[in-house]
Design a protein around this ligand. Structure first.
Ligand code: ARG
Length: 462
């Protein structure tokens, strides 16, 4: 194998002194990017096949390289590969090993390419599968949420604004609002394919190459859609990393929001939701405790996902073109965010399958706080030709009266109501009923049972 006297890496033969040992340790990325080995080998095979097709390397050399790479892939898969820090990253570790297996002809593999295009080709390939995996897990969550919703179309709970009882709502409708969020997450991840499908391979260090390569060939071989357009932009660009980190952040926001709601709703003071023993943990001192640790974990995790996005934004800000070592950190951020998001999605799916609504308590709580007041105002507008503002005023008076009598709106007698608004008659009674209230919200996107059933059908078709 080509080596200089300091036993340095092959590309380093101009450097005469033994490099900093400390930097070799901290500057090496092999412990992180070894995760890209399959993609690296796949891209290398496509590359040498292209070199052969273009008559840049011989049939014999191409075959030897492909053979060596196959052997390396098996070694890594079987955990028999000795990753070395001093070879810095996955690309050089594989190339070094290729020299050991097939000899000097390994030196042809790096014709017309650089690690600068190699690393992003690998990363994009990896992120394409990762994105598919995220979408798959989102699908599972969407399905679980729809399943619970189907069972709870007529489960009535208080809908909150400012965490104060606002209007009655169907529990299913509430859950389906998260289905909308997760659908948007899916779309956000799927939209990322547009940039992920541009093939960086062949732009080499930053200028392209004088070899007569065929970038369309590797594009097709590797399942990309088209080659990238500008060599300088290609090696500098990490927008696709930002897109991914942003998408994971937004998705984690959604998870943290529902986690927080479930924490509140399952608390001793609300008791709207029951968490099964599978998703609670005990306290080391208080024997009675059942804590929602899993939900808190989900709520907290979004913090590190935002952190990864901000790290990448900061690395890129003001960074001149084209490749700089600064960029090496991109992979760690992507892997961490991916791992965290996937485990959050899996845990969340488990949570969904281990919660049950306390229907009685939901109904009881929905009866607090005069949640049908808006229905009463609407009734005055619709049936007693009042402007909404006038009706609002009258309803406030009725609410004040009920409050002073410590009664709910539906407990007021018709005579009491008539005293404040003489136009009212017995028709008003059904307006103050919770179920009728929920069911009256028939406007598109509203919480009426019919709407919900229709929406569930729609989701199922999707
Ligand atoms: N390990 C490097 C990274 O992940 C690969 C690219 C190295 N390129 C270079 N010119 N040093 O960024």
């Amino acid at each position: 194998m080509t080596k200089n006297k300091n036993n340095q890496a092959i590309w380093n033969s101009r450097i005469k002194k033994k490099g900093s040992v400390l930097f070799q340790k901290v500057g090496s990325s092999i412990s992180i990017d070894k995760r890209l080995y399959k993609e690296d080998i796949k891209a290398s095979i496509a590359h040498v096949e292209m070199l052969f097709k273009q008559k840049i390397i011989s049939f014999k050399i191409k075959n030897k390289i492909v053979y060596g790479l196959g052997k390396i892939e098996k070694e890594i898969y079987k955990k028999k590969f000795d990753f070395k820090n001093k070879y810095e990253d996955i690309h050089m570790n594989i190339e070094k090993r290729l020299f050991q297996i097939i000899g000097e002809e390994a030196g042809y593999i790096h014709t017309a390419r650089s690690r600068n295009d190699q690393v992003i080709t690998d990363l994009k390939l990896w992120m394409k599968s990762a994105t598919k995996e995220v979408v798959l897990n989102l699908d599972k969550i969407i399905k679980s949420t729809i399943k619970i919703s189907e069972r709870n179309i007529e489960t009535i709970m208080p809908g909150f604004t400012h965490l104060r009882n606002a209007q009655a709502i169907s529990f299913a409708h509430y859950l389906l609002s998260y289905v909308e969020m997760f659908q948007r997450d899916k779309k956000r991840f799927e939209n990322n394919f547009y940039n992920l499908n541009e093939n960086p391979l062949g732009v080499a260090a930053l200028t392209g190459t004088s070899f007569n390569i065929d970038r369309n060939y590797t594009t097709k071989k590797l399942g990309f859609k088209s080659p990238t357009n500008n060599s300088v932009d290609t090696v500098s660009d990490r927008d696709f990393v930002l897109d991914f980190l942003y998408s994971t952040s937004v998705c984690s926001i959604h998870i943290s929001r529902i986690a927080e709601e479930l924490i509140i709703w399952s608390s001793d003071n609300f008791e709207l939701i029951h968490l099964s023993d599978k998703i609670v943990t005990g306290s080391s001192i208080m024997p009675q405790k059942k804590n929602p640790d899993l939900l808190e974990y989900l709520r907290g995790k979004s913090g590190s996902l935002f952190g990864n996005l901000f790290s990448m934004l900061t690395i890129l800000k003001g960074l001149p073109l084209s490749y700089f070592k600064d960029l090496q950190d991109d992979k760690e951020l992507v892997f961490k965010s991916y791992d965290n998001l996937i485990s959050c999605l899996k845990i969340f799916n488990e949570i969904l399958n281990n919660i049950s609504p306390n229907k009685k308590k939901m109904y009881e709580l929905a009866n607090n706080g005069f949640v049908t007041a808006t229905d009463l105002a609407d009734h005055l507008v619709k049936n007693h030709s009042m402007s909404f503002r006038k009706a609002y005023q009258k309803t406030s008076e009725i609410v004040n009266f009920a409050e002073s009598k410590k009664k709910r709106l539906d407990e007021l007698k018709i005579e009491e109501l008539k005293k404040i608004e003489p136009k009212l008659n017995m028709d008003v009674i059904k307006v103050l009923n919770l179920k009728n209230s929920v069911n009256s919200k028939k406007s598109y996107g509203g919480t009426s049972f019919e709407n919900i059933k229709r929406m569930i059908m729609k989701y199922k078709k999707l």
